[in-house]
Each structure stands twice: as C-alpha cells, then as structure tokens.
Ligand binder design. Structure first.
Ligand code: BV8
Ligand code: ZN
Length: 243
C-alpha cells in the first residue's frame, strides 16, 4: 500500500490539501463533532447561523469571543508546519474549512479560507471590515455606523465567498494529489472538493483518526493524528525529491 503511494508522492507535482477542524485539534482547538467537540457544549448548527445571530446576538458573540480567545492563544502544530514546509518541494494549495488562520501562521502561502476567518470582523450593514485580534468590551460590538459587527465567517445557510469557492474548485480539479486532513466531510459544498480531485484522477490520501464517509474512495487512509502522519508524508517527499 505505502510503496505504491510513496512512488506517487515522489512523482507528484501539485498537492492540494483539504483541511478541517481535526488538523487544529492538536493545537488545543476543539473540533465540531469530536468528544471534546464544540457540538457538545453548544450546537453550532444552531449558533453558527444568521437566525441565531439576529435572535440572540449576545449569545452568539459570547461563543465567538470564547473561540477567538482560544484561537488567538493557540499555536500551529506539526501538521500545519509540515504543510507549510512542503512548499519547498511541491506546488501546494490549502483549501481549509477552518477559520483559525493557523495555516497562514505556520507559513503556508496559498491558503483558501472556505468558511472565512474568525479574526476578521465586518459590519452587518456598511462596508467596514478589518482584522481585530483584541477582545471586545461590550457584546455585541457595534460599528462606528451604529450597526452590529459580526465575525467574517460563513454561517450555515450562507453562501461561501464566490471567488474563494471558484478558486478552490479549480485547485481541486487540477491537482495530481489531494490530501484530506482532519475533516468529517460532513459539510457541503466543501465536501465536494475531494470528488472533483478524484474525477480528475488525483491520488487520494486521507489523514484522519477515524473513518469518514469518503474513506472507501481513498487510495490511502492514514488512521493517525495529523501531527504524526503529515511529517511521515514530508519525509517520503523530501527524501524522494523529484516533483
Ligand atoms: C451553503 C464557519 C448554500 C462557522 C462552518 C440541511 C439543513 C440546513 C443546511 C443544510 C442541510 N443540508 C446541507 C446543508 C448545507 C450546509 C451543510 O453542509 N450542513 C451540514 C452540517 C448538513 N452547508 C451550508 O450551509 C454552507 N452553505 O450550503 O450555502 C447557499 C448557496 C447560495 C446562496 C445561499 C446559500 C455553509 C457551510 C459553512 C458553515 N460554517 N464554519 C464557524 O466555524 O463558527 S462549518 C464548520 O464545520 C467548520 O468550518 C468545520 O470545519 C466544518 C466541518 O467540520 P470539520 O472541519 O470536518 O470538523 P469535524 O469536527 O466535523 O470533524 C473533525 C474531523 O477531524 C473528524 O473526522 C475527526 O475524526 C478528525 N480528527 C480529530 N482529531 C484529529 C483528527 N484527524 C486527524 N488528526 C487529529 N488529531
Ligand atoms: Zn458599519
């Protein structure tokens, strides 16, 4: 299993990663559906929605402020750092569902944030939008125009940013290798990206501590934590070179 995949990794030219909450789990950021998951305390399906925000903006903001604090104190782990390192050997793009910015902080250059970013804050009415890493004194915070501010994330029921989604589809359809890391692939349309890669004949590799709904479609499933499995993949590529 590994030999064939190692050869393909050595021959690979362009690697596209699709990442989810699992890659940030080892940075201390709870996943959505895991046992430590956010789902346990709150129901993101209820809170990460525009209705919840307008129904109870304070509650939704308390949830985001708690996550912002956790994320701003978190550090990229070996999984994020390895993906950034791989750019020395291959053309790499990262299509992430995460809103924590850890791929960029690890040094990845080509990151597409499919679901937005928790550190970018925008106004619900005017075109104010800025990176804000400090806490807010009052929740919900108000814009200078008097309207509520919100995190620049994609809520359930909201469309993904058009330009980001279009680029992500192109990346997924033009890679020879896709590595899917730490995502249950439960959320659409992000979970279509592996389908596009497979249709394009890419080598499909999954890194996940559990089985996912696409495990049977993978050429290789590594049942290991991302911080352990990704350095193994880097080792094969860096010693095999090519590319
Ligand atoms: C859209 C930002 C259309 C916010 C997120 C029925 C009713 C209502 C809606 C729908 C429905 N059916 C389908 C939908 C659409 C909906 C959807 O997919 N719902 C699902 C849940 C059924 N999708 C949408 O609404 C999307 N928009 O469709 O718009 C449209 C079109 C045009 C015009 C208008 C509208 C928007 C989806 C984006 C939602 N926002 N995040 C926030 O974060 O607060 S999604 C949220 O879930 C996160 O982004 C997260 O990344 C994502 C997916 O979860 P995962 O990343 O996979 O995380 P999860 O915990 O599930 O899994 C972690 C995995 O890691 C596990 O497999 C675990 O085993 C593994 N793991 C754990 N530790 C490790 C590990 N692996 C390796 N190493 C480890 N150490
Ligand atoms: Zn405003």
């Amino acid at each position: 299993m590994w030999d064939d995949i190692s050869d393909r990794l050595v021959e690979s030219q362009k690697i596209v990663f699709v990442t989810g909450a699992g890659i940030s789990q080892e940075s201390g950021i709870p996943t959505f559906r895991g046992k430590d998951g956010l789902w346990r305390k709150y129901d993101p399906m209820k809170l990460a929605t525009i209705d919840a925000f307008y129904e109870d903006p304070k509650l939704v903001w308390e949830w985001y402020e708690e996550r912002r604090n956790n994320i701003l104190n978190a550090k990229p782990n070996a999984g994020h750092v390895t993906i950034a390192e791989l750019e020395k050997y291959r053309k790499v793009s990262v299509l992430t569902q995460n809103i924590d910015g850890l791929h960029q902080r690890a040094g990845s250059k080509n990151v597409y944030e499919l679901h937005g970013s928790i550190v970018i804050i925008k106004c619900t009415v005017c075109d104010f939008r800025d990176k804000i890493t400090s806490g807010f004194s009052a929740l919900p915070p108000l814009c200078r125009c008097g309207n509520m501010l919100r995190p620049d994330v994609v809520w359930f029921g909201e469309a993904l940013p058009q330009d980001v989604w279009e680029s992500a589809m192109v990346e997924a359809s033009t890679c020879d290798t896709m590595i899917i890391v730490g995502t249950s692939l439960a959320v659409s349309p992000a979970n279509l990206l592996p389908v596009y890669a497979k249709q394009n004949g890419a080598t499909m590799i999954e890194v996940n501590i559990e089985e996912t709904q696409m495990s049977s479609q993978m050429d290789l499933s590594l049942r290991e934590p991302a911080a352990k499995a990704l350095p193994e993949i880097l080792g094969i590529i860096s010693s095999g070179k090519n590319g």
